[in-house]
Design a protein around this ligand. Sequence first.
Ligand code: NI
Length: 172
Amino acid sequence: MAIRPILKWGSPVLHTASLPVTNIDADTALLVRDMVDTMYAAPGIGLAAPQIGVSLRVIVVDLSTGTEKGKLLHLINPEFVEKEGEQKHEEGCLSIPGYAGSPTRPARVVVRGLDLEGRERVYTGTELLARAFCHEIDHIDGLLFVDRLSPLKRDLMKRKLKKRARADDWED
Ligand code: NI
């Protein structure tokens, strides 16, 4: 079990598109395990590899934060197959503790990726699961929820985040 530090807004790896995983091997399994441990410890409902400093396209999601069996899923090289409708709800992010925003997200998504055995996995998400998929896939594209807010709200929040990042002072 390895809980890794979660990088905060302003860390370059969070603002850079991650690379696809080209070889699913023992290192990938270790990465996923550490991501799950880190997500549960936080606790959070999702985590993307760049949040622990690894610039690879890997996400984990568990809407139950580990309290229910069978809810954990991981996806390697996830991509959207379908996006439909709109929803808007408040989101937070483990990389931006103490802040929240309400980006517009699709109401329903179909996401495809690989699991640790290299098998294709396809998931359909609505409501919170759709938002979680969008939030985590944004992470591997180098985007955080702040980047999805209206220009006014985005600029206001970014000014505050820059101060936090400079001082390395985040609410926990
Ligand atoms: Ni996040």
